[in-house]
Design a protein around this ligand. Structure first.
Ligand code: F3S
Length: 298
């Protein structure tokens, strides 16, 4: 059996940067709290907590004098203001791609434009984007957007600015743009899906088409892992999603000629390696790509 590991599997640059910033803060010796998990991977959160970082859910619960790690998904303007008023030492790990969206929607609001966000309404990244403007409309997909605009023609006639969650799929975004341009009379669209997401999704789709089975590794809360899983499963029905190697029984792939492994943006290389090692116990022939991936390890 041949085993191929996606070159784009694991940490993107935004997640790597966030974890490094959080580790540096944890090791600085000062008391340190995370306002929400810095990335969506429990093993990484556990390791930061092992370094003494505590996790709080609400800004009100941040103790005086603590350094505050803001998550890679970003926070709303009100949270930044509150922390400023508390004179907190802020370690802002918001991915620069996400910060760019905050600026775009804040500017749209200043210009009197209605903001439309394409993404998962409950996801922390989307909640934070929504918190940088007033009364944004949030849609999961193009169908929901189309239904809303048809039912609310007055909104379709307002000046509108549309952005996307960074981890949306290109197909979802393209369908939204098509519908919005058809129905809105004054619209600006900003494709804010990040390049790392595009590359990871296209490679995963290609591997899913070329292999008999796919293993997708990533946290259950991770939106980009979920999308990766859905994209692979649509092409290759034998796609499994695991968070850690102990969830995987490699013997289930018996008889398969080739299997691919990919992983979400918040999956550390050591977890990918755990899964890889477990799969390799089945005497698989390995593609070179894993060596490159190990170099990305932090
Ligand atoms: Fe940033 Fe894209 Fe990663 S938005 S956190 S580089 S998936």
């Amino acid at each position: 059996m041949k085993l191929t590991v996606a070159k784009s599997a694991g940490f993107c640059y935004g997640v790597r940067r966030a974890v490094e910033m959080a580790r540096d803060a944890a090791q600085s010796g000062a008391p340190c709290v995370m306002l929400g998990p810095v990335i969506h991977n429990q093993a990484v959160i556990d390791s930061l907590m092992g370094l003494g970082v505590t996790l709080v859910d609400r800004p009100e619960d941040i103790p005086e004098g603590a350094a505050v790690i803001l998550r890679s998904h970003g926070e709303g303007e009100a949270v930044h203001r509150l922390l400023q008023s508390k004179n907190a030492r802020v370690v802002d790990t918001t991915c620069p791609n996400v910060s760019r969206i905050h600026k775009l929607v804040a500017q749209a609001q200043e210009e009197g434009r209605r903001v439309i966000v394409i993404g998962a309404p409950g996801h922390p990244e989307v909640k934070a984007i929504a918190a940088w403007c007033r009364d944004p409309l949030i849609f999961q997909d193009g169908k929901a957007l189309e239904e809303y605009l048809l039912a609310h023609p007055a909104v379709a006639e307002e000046p509108v600015t549309m952005v996307s969650q960074t981890t949306s799929t290109q197909a979802t975004w393209n369908f939204c743009v098509e519908n919005a341009k058809k129905l809105c009379t004054n619209i600006k669209v900003f494709d804010t899906i990040c390049n790392a997401t595009c590359a990871r999704q296209s490679e995963a789709q290609r591997l899913a088409a070329q292999n008999d089975a796919v293993v997708v590794i990533g946290g259950r809360d991770s939106a980009n892992t979920r999308r990766l899983y859905e994209l692979c499963a649509a092409v290759c029905p034998d796609t499994v999603w695991v968070e850690r190697s102990d969830e995987l029984d490699p013997s289930r792939f018996a008889g398969r000629a080739c299997v691919a492994i990919t992983a979400g943006a918040s999956t550390p290389v050591w977890i990918i390696k755990e899964v890889f090692d477990k799969m390799s116990e089945e005497n698989m022939e390995i593609e070179e790509s894993f060596a490159e991936l190990l170099e990305k390890s932090i």
